[in-house]
Design a protein. Structure first.
Length: 402
Protein backbone atom coordinates (compact mmCIF):
# COMPACT_ATOMS: atom_id res chain seq x y z
CA UNK A 1 0.00 0.00 0.00
CA UNK A 2 1.38 3.40 -1.01
CA UNK A 3 1.08 6.36 1.34
CA UNK A 4 1.04 10.10 0.65
CA UNK A 5 2.61 12.50 3.16
CA UNK A 6 1.98 16.23 3.02
CA UNK A 7 2.36 19.37 5.07
CA UNK A 8 -0.41 21.95 5.18
CA UNK A 9 -0.02 25.51 6.44
CA UNK A 10 -2.96 27.76 7.20
CA UNK A 11 -3.93 30.63 9.49
CA UNK A 12 -5.97 28.37 11.80
CA UNK A 13 -6.33 24.70 12.70
CA UNK A 14 -9.85 24.37 11.21
CA UNK A 15 -8.61 25.84 7.92
CA UNK A 16 -5.62 23.46 7.88
CA UNK A 17 -7.84 20.46 8.59
CA UNK A 18 -10.14 21.49 5.74
CA UNK A 19 -7.13 21.45 3.42
CA UNK A 20 -6.18 17.98 4.67
CA UNK A 21 -9.67 16.60 4.17
CA UNK A 22 -10.10 18.19 0.74
CA UNK A 23 -6.74 16.97 -0.52
CA UNK A 24 -6.21 13.60 1.18
CA UNK A 25 -9.76 12.64 2.06
CA UNK A 26 -11.57 11.94 5.37
CA UNK A 27 -9.34 8.98 6.28
CA UNK A 28 -6.15 11.02 6.42
CA UNK A 29 -4.03 10.63 9.54
CA UNK A 30 -2.61 13.67 11.34
CA UNK A 31 1.09 12.98 12.06
CA UNK A 32 2.13 16.25 13.67
CA UNK A 33 1.01 19.81 14.28
CA UNK A 34 2.96 22.90 15.23
CA UNK A 35 2.76 26.68 15.17
CA UNK A 36 5.01 28.50 12.69
CA UNK A 37 5.61 32.18 12.05
CA UNK A 38 5.37 34.04 8.80
CA UNK A 39 6.57 37.50 7.97
CA UNK A 40 10.35 37.17 8.11
CA UNK A 41 13.07 34.84 6.89
CA UNK A 42 14.01 33.87 10.43
CA UNK A 43 10.49 32.79 11.28
CA UNK A 44 10.15 35.36 14.03
CA UNK A 45 7.90 38.35 14.26
CA UNK A 46 4.97 38.15 11.90
CA UNK A 47 1.69 36.30 12.37
CA UNK A 48 1.51 32.72 13.63
CA UNK A 49 0.26 29.95 11.36
CA UNK A 50 -0.59 26.30 11.91
CA UNK A 51 1.43 23.60 10.16
CA UNK A 52 -0.14 20.14 9.94
CA UNK A 53 1.66 17.06 8.64
CA UNK A 54 -0.77 14.41 7.38
CA UNK A 55 -0.69 11.08 5.54
CA UNK A 56 -3.19 8.99 3.59
CA UNK A 57 -3.39 5.80 1.58
CA UNK A 58 -2.77 6.84 -2.00
CA UNK A 59 -5.04 4.07 -3.28
CA UNK A 60 -8.10 5.32 -1.36
CA UNK A 61 -10.25 8.40 -1.54
CA UNK A 62 -10.05 11.24 -3.96
CA UNK A 63 -6.49 12.50 -3.87
CA UNK A 64 -5.54 15.35 -6.13
CA UNK A 65 -3.54 14.12 -9.09
CA UNK A 66 -0.16 15.71 -9.72
CA UNK A 67 0.66 17.03 -13.19
CA UNK A 68 2.75 14.76 -15.37
CA UNK A 69 6.50 15.49 -15.09
CA UNK A 70 8.16 17.44 -17.85
CA UNK A 71 10.64 15.80 -20.17
CA UNK A 72 14.12 15.23 -18.71
CA UNK A 73 12.81 16.23 -15.27
CA UNK A 74 14.05 14.22 -12.31
CA UNK A 75 11.31 11.88 -11.04
CA UNK A 76 10.35 11.71 -7.38
CA UNK A 77 8.32 9.20 -5.36
CA UNK A 78 4.61 9.39 -6.07
CA UNK A 79 3.72 8.72 -2.44
CA UNK A 80 5.47 11.74 -0.89
CA UNK A 81 4.25 15.26 -1.59
CA UNK A 82 5.38 18.74 -0.77
CA UNK A 83 3.96 21.25 1.64
CA UNK A 84 0.50 22.63 0.87
CA UNK A 85 -0.42 26.09 2.03
CA UNK A 86 -3.70 27.92 2.18
CA UNK A 87 -4.25 29.78 -1.15
CA UNK A 88 -2.17 32.93 -1.43
CA UNK A 89 0.11 34.55 -4.03
CA UNK A 90 3.16 32.41 -4.84
CA UNK A 91 6.40 33.12 -6.61
CA UNK A 92 7.74 31.08 -9.51
CA UNK A 93 10.88 29.87 -7.77
CA UNK A 94 12.89 26.70 -8.21
CA UNK A 95 12.42 23.43 -6.31
CA UNK A 96 12.49 23.61 -2.50
CA UNK A 97 15.18 22.05 -0.35
CA UNK A 98 12.66 19.48 0.85
CA UNK A 99 11.85 18.49 -2.72
CA UNK A 100 15.53 18.19 -3.65
CA UNK A 101 16.19 15.98 -0.61
CA UNK A 102 13.28 13.74 -1.55
CA UNK A 103 14.49 13.47 -5.15
CA UNK A 104 18.00 12.52 -3.99
CA UNK A 105 16.60 9.97 -1.56
CA UNK A 106 14.55 8.39 -4.34
CA UNK A 107 17.58 8.19 -6.63
CA UNK A 108 19.99 6.66 -4.08
CA UNK A 109 17.50 4.38 -2.32
CA UNK A 110 14.69 2.97 -4.49
CA UNK A 111 13.07 1.26 -1.47
CA UNK A 112 12.97 4.47 0.55
CA UNK A 113 9.33 5.20 -0.23
CA UNK A 114 8.21 1.65 0.54
CA UNK A 115 9.93 1.68 3.93
CA UNK A 116 8.45 5.07 4.72
CA UNK A 117 5.04 3.79 3.67
CA UNK A 118 5.37 0.88 6.12
CA UNK A 119 6.32 3.25 8.93
CA UNK A 120 3.31 5.42 8.19
CA UNK A 121 1.04 2.39 8.20
CA UNK A 122 2.30 1.47 11.66
CA UNK A 123 1.86 5.05 12.84
CA UNK A 124 -1.64 5.14 11.37
CA UNK A 125 -2.59 2.01 13.29
CA UNK A 126 -1.07 3.53 16.44
CA UNK A 127 -3.01 6.77 16.11
CA UNK A 128 -6.26 5.01 15.23
CA UNK A 129 -6.01 2.69 18.22
CA UNK A 130 -4.69 5.58 20.30
CA UNK A 131 -2.84 3.33 22.71
CA UNK A 132 -1.35 0.21 21.14
CA UNK A 133 2.02 1.52 20.01
CA UNK A 134 2.76 4.58 22.07
CA UNK A 135 6.47 4.74 21.02
CA UNK A 136 5.26 5.53 17.48
CA UNK A 137 3.19 8.52 18.55
CA UNK A 138 4.81 11.85 17.66
CA UNK A 139 6.75 14.00 20.13
CA UNK A 140 6.00 13.57 23.83
CA UNK A 141 2.55 12.16 23.06
CA UNK A 142 3.98 8.65 23.28
CA UNK A 143 5.23 9.24 26.83
CA UNK A 144 1.86 10.72 27.80
CA UNK A 145 0.12 7.68 26.36
CA UNK A 146 2.32 5.34 28.39
CA UNK A 147 1.63 7.28 31.60
CA UNK A 148 -2.13 7.15 31.06
CA UNK A 149 -1.99 3.44 30.22
CA UNK A 150 -0.02 2.84 33.39
CA UNK A 151 -2.69 4.75 35.32
CA UNK A 152 -5.24 2.33 33.78
CA UNK A 153 -7.32 4.92 31.98
CA UNK A 154 -9.98 3.23 29.82
CA UNK A 155 -9.00 2.47 26.22
CA UNK A 156 -11.82 4.45 24.61
CA UNK A 157 -11.26 7.52 26.77
CA UNK A 158 -7.50 7.33 26.22
CA UNK A 159 -7.91 7.17 22.44
CA UNK A 160 -10.33 10.11 22.49
CA UNK A 161 -7.96 12.14 24.67
CA UNK A 162 -4.87 11.44 22.54
CA UNK A 163 -6.63 12.20 19.28
CA UNK A 164 -7.92 15.47 20.70
CA UNK A 165 -4.43 16.52 21.81
CA UNK A 166 -2.98 15.42 18.46
CA UNK A 167 -5.31 17.81 16.65
CA UNK A 168 -5.08 20.67 19.16
CA UNK A 169 -1.74 20.43 21.02
CA UNK A 170 -1.54 24.12 21.86
CA UNK A 171 1.16 26.65 21.02
CA UNK A 172 3.98 24.41 22.21
CA UNK A 173 3.11 21.57 19.87
CA UNK A 174 3.87 17.97 20.84
CA UNK A 175 7.52 18.41 21.81
CA UNK A 176 7.38 18.83 25.60
CA UNK A 177 5.63 16.48 28.02
CA UNK A 178 4.67 18.95 30.78
CA UNK A 179 2.34 21.11 28.64
CA UNK A 180 0.71 17.95 27.28
CA UNK A 181 0.10 16.67 30.81
CA UNK A 182 -1.52 19.96 31.76
CA UNK A 183 -3.66 19.84 28.62
CA UNK A 184 -4.66 16.24 29.37
CA UNK A 185 -5.68 17.17 32.94
CA UNK A 186 -7.78 20.05 31.69
CA UNK A 187 -9.48 17.93 29.04
CA UNK A 188 -10.13 15.06 31.46
CA UNK A 189 -11.53 17.39 34.11
CA UNK A 190 -13.89 19.00 31.60
CA UNK A 191 -15.45 15.58 30.92
CA UNK A 192 -16.62 15.09 34.54
CA UNK A 193 -20.05 16.17 35.65
CA UNK A 194 -20.19 18.87 38.29
CA UNK A 195 -19.66 17.26 41.74
CA UNK A 196 -22.83 16.69 43.79
CA UNK A 197 -22.10 16.45 47.52
CA UNK A 198 -25.05 16.12 49.89
CA UNK A 199 -26.65 19.41 50.87
CA UNK A 200 -29.00 19.75 53.82
CA UNK A 201 -31.87 22.20 53.74
CA UNK A 202 -33.46 23.89 56.72
CA UNK A 203 -36.53 22.00 57.83
CA UNK A 204 -36.01 19.40 55.08
CA UNK A 205 -35.03 15.85 55.95
CA UNK A 206 -32.46 14.22 53.66
CA UNK A 207 -32.31 10.42 53.31
CA UNK A 208 -29.03 9.11 51.86
CA UNK A 209 -28.51 5.46 50.87
CA UNK A 210 -25.01 4.05 50.46
CA UNK A 211 -24.94 0.97 48.21
CA UNK A 212 -22.17 -1.09 46.67
CA UNK A 213 -20.32 -4.41 46.63
CA UNK A 214 -18.76 -6.03 49.68
CA UNK A 215 -15.54 -4.46 50.89
CA UNK A 216 -16.18 -1.06 49.33
CA UNK A 217 -16.14 0.66 52.73
CA UNK A 218 -19.80 1.67 53.05
CA UNK A 219 -19.96 1.43 56.86
CA UNK A 220 -16.92 3.63 57.45
CA UNK A 221 -18.15 5.98 54.71
CA UNK A 222 -21.48 6.33 56.55
CA UNK A 223 -19.72 7.08 59.85
CA UNK A 224 -17.46 9.66 58.22
CA UNK A 225 -20.40 11.33 56.53
CA UNK A 226 -22.33 11.61 59.79
CA UNK A 227 -19.23 13.01 61.54
CA UNK A 228 -18.80 15.61 58.79
CA UNK A 229 -22.38 16.90 58.99
CA UNK A 230 -22.48 16.91 62.78
CA UNK A 231 -19.24 18.89 62.95
CA UNK A 232 -19.70 21.25 60.00
CA UNK A 233 -23.47 21.76 60.14
CA UNK A 234 -24.45 20.68 63.66
CA UNK A 235 -26.96 18.39 61.97
CA UNK A 236 -29.11 15.90 63.86
CA UNK A 237 -28.47 12.51 62.24
CA UNK A 238 -29.66 8.90 62.35
CA UNK A 239 -27.77 5.79 61.20
CA UNK A 240 -29.87 2.96 59.79
CA UNK A 241 -28.27 -0.48 59.61
CA UNK A 242 -29.62 -2.62 56.80
CA UNK A 243 -26.53 -4.86 56.73
CA UNK A 244 -27.30 -7.52 59.32
CA UNK A 245 -25.69 -10.49 57.54
CA UNK A 246 -22.04 -9.41 57.52
CA UNK A 247 -20.14 -10.73 60.53
CA UNK A 248 -19.21 -7.81 62.77
CA UNK A 249 -20.91 -5.25 60.50
CA UNK A 250 -23.58 -4.18 62.97
CA UNK A 251 -21.11 -4.11 65.88
CA UNK A 252 -18.79 -1.89 63.83
CA UNK A 253 -21.56 0.57 63.00
CA UNK A 254 -22.70 0.69 66.63
CA UNK A 255 -19.13 1.39 67.75
CA UNK A 256 -18.89 4.32 65.33
CA UNK A 257 -22.32 5.56 66.42
CA UNK A 258 -21.18 5.55 70.05
CA UNK A 259 -18.15 7.67 69.19
CA UNK A 260 -20.33 10.07 67.20
CA UNK A 261 -23.16 10.14 69.77
CA UNK A 262 -25.62 9.16 67.04
CA UNK A 263 -28.50 6.67 67.38
CA UNK A 264 -28.64 3.47 65.29
CA UNK A 265 -31.76 1.64 64.14
CA UNK A 266 -31.65 -1.86 62.62
CA UNK A 267 -34.09 -2.72 59.79
CA UNK A 268 -34.64 -6.09 58.12
CA UNK A 269 -37.49 -5.55 55.66
CA UNK A 270 -39.25 -2.79 53.68
CA UNK A 271 -41.93 -2.36 56.34
CA UNK A 272 -39.40 -1.69 59.10
CA UNK A 273 -37.53 0.67 56.78
CA UNK A 274 -40.66 2.68 56.02
CA UNK A 275 -41.61 2.86 59.69
CA UNK A 276 -38.13 3.97 60.74
CA UNK A 277 -38.01 6.79 58.23
CA UNK A 278 -41.57 7.87 59.01
CA UNK A 279 -41.02 7.97 62.77
CA UNK A 280 -37.85 10.09 62.66
CA UNK A 281 -39.13 13.29 61.14
CA UNK A 282 -37.15 15.37 63.62
CA UNK A 283 -33.72 14.44 62.18
CA UNK A 284 -32.07 16.31 59.30
CA UNK A 285 -29.99 13.44 57.92
CA UNK A 286 -30.79 9.73 57.75
CA UNK A 287 -27.93 7.55 56.48
CA UNK A 288 -28.71 4.03 55.26
CA UNK A 289 -25.82 1.56 55.48
CA UNK A 290 -26.81 -1.32 53.20
CA UNK A 291 -25.46 -4.84 52.71
CA UNK A 292 -22.62 -5.47 50.30
CA UNK A 293 -23.91 -7.39 47.27
CA UNK A 294 -21.99 -8.98 44.42
CA UNK A 295 -22.87 -7.48 41.01
CA UNK A 296 -23.80 -10.97 39.77
CA UNK A 297 -26.29 -11.57 42.64
CA UNK A 298 -29.20 -9.99 40.77
CA UNK A 299 -31.85 -11.41 43.13
CA UNK A 300 -30.22 -9.72 46.12
CA UNK A 301 -29.93 -6.44 44.21
CA UNK A 302 -33.65 -6.64 43.48
CA UNK A 303 -34.34 -7.22 47.18
CA UNK A 304 -32.26 -4.16 48.00
CA UNK A 305 -34.27 -2.10 45.50
CA UNK A 306 -37.47 -3.18 47.25
CA UNK A 307 -35.99 -2.33 50.66
CA UNK A 308 -35.01 1.15 49.50
CA UNK A 309 -38.49 1.83 48.19
CA UNK A 310 -39.64 1.87 51.81
CA UNK A 311 -37.12 4.60 52.58
CA UNK A 312 -37.70 6.80 49.55
CA UNK A 313 -34.07 8.03 49.56
CA UNK A 314 -33.23 11.54 48.40
CA UNK A 315 -29.85 10.31 47.13
CA UNK A 316 -28.34 6.92 46.29
CA UNK A 317 -24.52 6.86 46.31
CA UNK A 318 -22.70 3.94 44.67
CA UNK A 319 -19.66 3.33 46.91
CA UNK A 320 -16.66 1.84 45.10
CA UNK A 321 -13.07 1.27 46.10
CA UNK A 322 -10.73 3.23 43.83
CA UNK A 323 -8.30 0.29 43.69
CA UNK A 324 -10.82 -1.88 41.79
CA UNK A 325 -10.34 -2.60 38.11
CA UNK A 326 -12.43 -0.81 35.51
CA UNK A 327 -14.48 -3.85 34.47
CA UNK A 328 -15.38 -4.63 38.08
CA UNK A 329 -16.57 -1.04 38.48
CA UNK A 330 -18.59 -1.24 35.27
CA UNK A 331 -20.23 -4.47 36.43
CA UNK A 332 -21.16 -2.89 39.77
CA UNK A 333 -22.59 0.19 38.08
CA UNK A 334 -24.70 -1.92 35.74
CA UNK A 335 -26.01 -4.08 38.60
CA UNK A 336 -26.82 -1.21 40.95
CA UNK A 337 -28.46 0.95 38.28
CA UNK A 338 -31.75 -0.75 39.15
CA UNK A 339 -31.72 0.73 42.68
CA UNK A 340 -31.60 4.29 41.33
CA UNK A 341 -27.91 5.18 41.77
CA UNK A 342 -27.35 8.90 41.12
CA UNK A 343 -23.87 9.57 42.55
CA UNK A 344 -20.42 7.98 42.87
CA UNK A 345 -18.61 7.84 46.21
CA UNK A 346 -14.97 6.73 45.83
CA UNK A 347 -13.16 5.15 48.79
CA UNK A 348 -9.64 3.91 49.56
CA UNK A 349 -7.79 6.34 47.32
CA UNK A 350 -4.79 5.85 49.61
CA UNK A 351 -4.57 2.20 48.53
CA UNK A 352 -3.79 2.79 44.87
CA UNK A 353 -1.64 4.97 42.64
CA UNK A 354 -3.68 4.05 39.54
CA UNK A 355 -6.78 6.20 39.39
CA UNK A 356 -7.50 5.81 35.69
CA UNK A 357 -10.30 3.28 36.21
CA UNK A 358 -12.11 5.50 38.74
CA UNK A 359 -11.83 8.55 36.45
CA UNK A 360 -12.97 6.54 33.44
CA UNK A 361 -16.05 5.19 35.21
CA UNK A 362 -17.07 8.64 36.45
CA UNK A 363 -16.78 10.07 32.94
CA UNK A 364 -18.35 7.10 31.13
CA UNK A 365 -21.30 6.83 33.51
CA UNK A 366 -22.16 10.51 33.53
CA UNK A 367 -22.75 10.25 37.29
CA UNK A 368 -21.63 13.07 39.54
CA UNK A 369 -18.96 12.38 42.16
CA UNK A 370 -20.01 13.11 45.73
CA UNK A 371 -17.17 12.27 48.14
CA UNK A 372 -13.83 10.48 48.41
CA UNK A 373 -11.99 8.89 51.33
CA UNK A 374 -8.25 8.41 51.49
CA UNK A 375 -7.19 6.91 54.81
CA UNK A 376 -8.07 4.70 57.77
CA UNK A 377 -8.98 7.36 60.35
CA UNK A 378 -12.66 7.41 61.31
CA UNK A 379 -13.81 10.10 61.51
CA UNK A 380 -11.45 11.82 59.11
CA UNK A 381 -9.94 11.33 55.63
CA UNK A 382 -13.26 12.42 54.13
CA UNK A 383 -13.48 15.06 51.38
CA UNK A 384 -16.01 16.46 48.90
CA UNK A 385 -14.98 15.16 45.48
CA UNK A 386 -12.89 17.43 43.26
CA UNK A 387 -12.43 16.19 39.65
CA UNK A 388 -9.44 18.48 39.03
CA UNK A 389 -7.61 17.17 42.11
CA UNK A 390 -8.46 13.61 41.05
CA UNK A 391 -6.98 14.19 37.60
CA UNK A 392 -3.86 15.75 39.13
CA UNK A 393 -3.43 12.62 41.21
CA UNK A 394 -3.56 10.61 38.02
CA UNK A 395 -0.17 12.08 37.08
CA UNK A 396 1.41 13.04 40.38
CA UNK A 397 0.54 9.93 42.44
CA UNK A 398 0.41 11.83 45.65
CA UNK A 399 -1.95 11.85 48.61
CA UNK A 400 -5.27 13.63 48.09
CA UNK A 401 -5.01 17.25 49.18
CA UNK A 402 -8.24 17.82 51.04
Amino acid sequence: MSMRIKKYVADSMPEALKLVKADLGPKAVILNTRTVKKGSKLGILGKGQVEVTAAADATRGKIRKKPAPKKNATSQPSDVDQEVRAPRPTSASGPSRTQVKKEKAAQTDPDWANRLSQQIQRLQASVQSGIRHSPLLPGALGVLSEQLQEAELGDGLLEELLNGILLEPGDGGLKDLKPLQILARIQLTSRFRKPAPTRLGKGVRTVVALVGPSGAGKTTAAARMVAHFKKEHQAKALLVAADTDRVGGLEQLRAFAGILDTPVVVVRNPEEMEETVRSHRDVELILLDTAGISPIATDQVDQLATLLQGAGPSEVHLVLGASNGLQHMRDALEAYARVGVDRLFLTKLDETSRLGAACTLAIESGLALSYITDGRDVPGNFHPADPLALCEMLFQRRAYAG
